[in-house]
Design a binder for this molecule. Structure first.
Ligand code: G6P
Ligand code: MN
Length: 443
């Protein structure tokens, strides 16, 4: 029988995105009634800061009927739970900084999910996420894991290999954030949209955006607008002006390839030289987040503890709603539509079956029902995706087989890397700094 209320654990509870997720949970109680909300983190201090902030949010929003707790103990976190939202970041921002800065030293893209920085993060992250999956299988095998932990394609592939029957949905908020930003820039209502999209995670294209209220595909007119001028950063990203660079590059991409609306992350694969030139090797995105969101969160917790704070005000965008809506769609079996990262198995007919693709899917009580594209994709996108997907497969092989050779092949094949020599140098340096996190690559 269907439960009347659910228990939810946020893994990586101390992360700065937690208030956005929690606010969405509070606002969605009619469709997802919560009994217990638990914050789990291996960083006691960050978890406690977040606990203090969420407690205060509950007070201000007059939320009384939810039991809030925090723990660093996996058994307490994952027993008797219905949903686990994962946003763990293995190695935290200190290691993100290394993932970004070390490739830049060699003139390569330094980014947390794309390029060799993403591969570095991947070899740490796979281990952490597999641990979470194991905890959930041990303590609450019927629970659903909704995963935001990056790099999503690598995680999805690794979990598929190790726990093929795990109840996990891998999702990324980038498509919904692109859509919301477009809608706000040009006065559309995103809720009316049915979007067709395909790719790998952080590596895909829209093929149409049907607007139900207007009765037409609005993608061509959106592309015309974006080609002329970049869109502006939406209010929910206002504190991160570096998003403007991403939207500028989106326009550049469209000026060269105007047939499909690209994911902004393609800038790293199509224009790595420009991105590297525009990067500051001494101050990367990790530093911006440390000096921005992280600092603000710490300060807010301190202010709440000492009772010196104004009303808490956040503007979160769609990140929190997206994962909460997904849980509600499972809970109510309501078959809403989300972009999910899933094995291809024929959805894109001319792509290998075991590619890890990001495509629309309906979500209900049995999980994801991916939507078949029915039509083959074009050779430009197919070639880009196949090469990157093969690089990702090699990296996951390297993880499980402890293979240095496969890691080197993965780094070399990564679509941001022009030289095996540089691939090797970066790999060797990343091995040293990741010694506490990566599997030993000794075969
Ligand atoms: C988007 C991506 C996420 C990524 C995040 C980084 O939301 O979809 O996968 O983690 O951007 O944002 P940050 O502010 O941490 O650079
Ligand atoms: Mn993402």
């Amino acid at each position: 029988m269907k439960k009347s209320q659910v228990n939810i654990t946020i893994a990586g509870g101390g992360a700065t995105h937690t208030p956005g997720i929690v606010q969405a949970l509070f606002e969605s109680r009619d469709k997802l009634p919560i009994h217990e909300l638990r914050l789990y983190d291996i960083d006691q201090q960050k978890n406690d800061d977040m606990f203090v902030i969420i407690q205060e949010m509950m007070k201000q929003l007059k939320v009384k009927d939810i039991t809030l707790s925090q723990t660093t103990n996996p058994k307490a976190a994952f027993s008797n739970v219905d949903f686990v939202f994962s946003q763990i970041r293995v190695g935290d921002l200190e290691m993100r900084e290394k993932d970004e800065k070390i490739p830049l030293k060699y003139g390569l893209v330094g980014q947390e999910t794309c390029g060799v920085g993403g591969f570095s993060y991947g070899l740490r992250s796979i281990k952490g996420l597999l641990e979470i999956v194991k905890f959930v299988q041990d303590y609450s095998p019927d629970a659903w894991i909704l995963n935001y932990t990056n790099p999503e394609s690598l995680i999805a592939e690794a979990v598929r290999r190790k726990y093929p029957n795990a109840k996990i949905l891998n999702a990324c908020d980038m498509t919904i954030s692109i859509e919301e930003t477009i809608a706000r820039n040009y006065g559309y209502e995103r809720k009316n949209w049915v979007a067709q999209y395909y790719g790998l995670n952080h590596f895909g294209w829209y093929t149409s955006i049907f607007d139900k209220s207007l009765g037409r595909d609005v993608m061509p007119e959106i592309i015309q607008k974006l080609k002329k001028e970049p869109m502006k950063v939406a209010s929910f990203n206002a504190k991160d002006p570096s998003w403007q660079d991403a939207w500028n590059m989106l326009t550049k991409n469209l000026q060269l390839f105007p047939d499909y609306l690209p994911n902004n992350y393609l800038e790293y694969y199509l224009f790595p030289d420009i991105v590297v030139n525009n990067s500051n090797p001494n101050y990367t995105r990790a530093n911006q987040v440390m000096d921005g969101r992280l600092k603000e969160t710490k300060e807010l917790a301190a202010q709440i503890r000492s009772n010196h704070f104004d009303d808490i005000h956040f503007d979160f965008g769609e990140h929190g709603n997206y994962i909460v809506d997904m849980a509600a769609s499972i809970f109510n079996d309501s078959h809403e539509r989300f972009m999910l990262i899933v094995p291809n198995v024929g959805a894109i007919p001319n792509l290998r079956a075991d590619s890890v693709v990001e495509i629309p899917a309906y979500v209900g009580c049995t999980g994801a029902e991916p939507i078949s594209m029915r039509h083959p994709i074009n050779n430009f996108h197919k070639g880009l995706m196949e090469a990157q997907d093969a690089a990702e497969k090699l990296l996951v092989d390297a993880y499980f087989e402890h293979s240095y050779q496969k890691a080197l092949q993965a780094f070399t094949l990564n679509q941001t890397v022009p030289s095996a020599d540089k691939a090797k140098k970066v790999l060797d340096e990343l091995i040293v700094v990741n010694k506490d996190y990566w599997p030993e690559l000794n075969k």
